[in-house]
Structure formats: structure tokens, C-alpha cells
Design a protein around this ligand. Structure first.
Ligand SMILES: CC(C)(COP(=O)(O)OP(=O)(O)OC[C@H]1O[C@@H](n2cnc3c(N)ncnc32)[C@H](O)[C@@H]1OP(=O)(O)O)[C@@H](O)C(=O)NCCC(=O)NCCS
Length: 213
């Protein structure tokens, strides 16, 4: 298959929402952010999560967050990434992820906002611990990377990762990300080093950097 990488458009939002849900369902945060709050509650409606992810992706695109998709020969989206570029005089740094979470993109009832806010707070604290108060302000930062489970292991994730690495290299910048257990091998193969390991709601995460501190 000849994959093609291109900038995302609003019409890709639904595919991005669906892939985000499906990729993060098992090992990722979707499994607890959208889980019923008690045994008495019915299972949550997958469509609510998909539409929420769609709204969030499009809102970020409108805010200028570089969003890339990989498509097949028929322009079907099989994976996507959202990157944050380093802050410059013209481009303000994106706010810390915790404050972004407060906007919450019209959260559906099934989204556990308290858990999401706590998760973002842990992320921000860990980033502060390993990178200092400036965080990843002067780095390329991978916000989100997900590949349709039906297309994993075929080079799609690598293409989306390398796009941001190439931007960083051209600008002489470092590349930083938070990795899941599932993502870590891909990043290590591309030269990223683990800075720290931490836990959110029982899930192991890593801060990872390409370049020296
Ligand atoms: C993690 C993820 C993005 C990887 O994307 P992918 O398209 O499946 O990965 P690729 O096929 O591009 O793999 C690239 C390389 O990493 C290796 N790799 C990827 N996942 C691996 C794994 N779990 N174990 C070992 N190696 C792995 C591949 O063998 C390949 O090696 P190569 O460069 O020698 O060919 C994808 O599996 C995914 O969306 N997972 C669920 C969501 C998630 O965890 N996202 C990451 C958040 S940090």
C-alpha cells in the first residue's frame, strides 16, 4: 500500500474521532475516561466519544495545531497525529494541557471530566519535573498519535512521527512526547530516550526526548 501523508482538513474529523477512540480503547485512557462510573450504569455510547474527539481535533486545527493524516489510495484515513510547534514571537505557546482540558469541547455525559482533569494535571507535573518550568516550550511536542488498529504495524505511525521529527531537525529543535506502553517501542527505534516513567490510574507512561537535556 502506498500511504500518503497530508495535512488534515475538517472533513477528516470523524475519522480522527473514530481512530482515536479505537486506538486508545484497550491500553489507553479511553478505557477509563469513558467507562461507566458505577456497575449500575449502562455501557457508554461510543458515538459520544467519537464526536467529542472530532470536536477537539477540529478545534485544535482551528487554533493552528499542525494535524496530519495518513491516507490510503482511496484517501481513507488510517492514522493521524497532532503536533505542537515550539513557541516563537508570533506563535504563542499552547496553554498547558490542564487548562486546555477545562474547555473540554462540550463534553458528553459519558466523559469523566474529573478523571480527565486529574490525568492532565499529572501530565503537566511530570513534564515540569523532567523539563523544568519552561516545559517543552522550545521543542516540537507530539500531542497525539493514533493508528487505526486494522492498519497498525505497517509503517503508518512511523510516518506521522517522522514528520514532526523532520520539522524539529530542520529548526534545530528537540522533540518531546509522552508515550504509552504501546507507543514506546516505536519511539525508541527512532532514537528517543526515556526521561521518566510514571503512572496514571494504573497505566504506565513515559516522558521521552529526542535530543539531550
Ligand atoms: C503506537 C502506534 C502509534 C504505532 O503505530 P504503527 O503504525 O502500528 O507503527 P509502525 O508500523 O509505524 O511501526 C514503526 C516501527 O516501530 C515498531 N513497533 C511499533 N509498535 C511496536 C511494538 N508494540 N513493539 C515492537 N515494535 C513496535 C515497528 O516494528 C516498526 O519498526 P521498523 O521501524 O523497524 O519497521 C499504534 O500502534 C497505535 O496507535 N497504538 C494505540 C494508541 C497509542 O498507544 N498511541 C501512542 C500514544 S504515545
Amino acid at each position: 500500500m502506498a500511504w500518503k501523508l497530508r495535512p488534515a482538513i475538517d472533513a477528516d474529523g470523524l475519522a480522527i474521532g473514530r481512530i482515536g477512540r479505537e486506538a486508545f480503547l484497550a491500553g489507553g485512557f479511553g478505557s477509563f475516561l469513558f467507562a461507566p462510573r458505577s456497575d449500575d450504569e449502562p455501557p457508554t455510547d461510543p458515538e459520544e466519544e467519537i464526536q467529542w474527539r472530532r470536536r477537539r481535533a477540529i478545534r485544535r486545527m482551528k487554533e493552528g495545531i499542525p494535524t496530519l493524516v495518513v491516507v490510503d489510495d482511496e484517501d481513507t484515513v488510517v492514522g493521524f497525529a497532532q503536533w505542537e510547534r515550539p513557541a516563537t514571537g508570533d506563535v504563542p505557546h499552547h496553554p498547558p494541557i490542564a487548562s486546555e482540558g477545562q474547555k473540554a469541547d462540550d463534553p458528553p455525559k459519558s466523559l469523566n471530566l474529573d478523571k480527565m482533569q486529574h490525568m492532565f494535571k499529572v501530565f503537566d507535573e511530570e513534564i515540569g519535573k523532567v523539563l523544568g518550568p519552561e516545559g517543552h516550550k522550545d521543542m516540537w511536542y507530539l500531542m497525539l498519535l493514533a493508528v487505526d488498529p486494522a492498519y497498525q504495524g505497517r509503517g503508518v505511525g512511523k510516518m506521522l512521527l517522522r514528520w514532526g521529527m523532520d520539522q524539529a531537525a530542520a529548526e534545530g529543535k528537540k522533540t518531546f512526547l509522552l508515550a504509552t506502553v504501546e507507543g514506546r517501542p516505536l519511539y525508541e527505534k527512532q532514537g528517543f530516550k526515556v526521561l521518566s516513567e510514571f503512572d496514571v490510574y494504573g497505566k504506565v507512561n513515559y516522558t521521552m526526548l529526542l535530543g539531550d537535556l
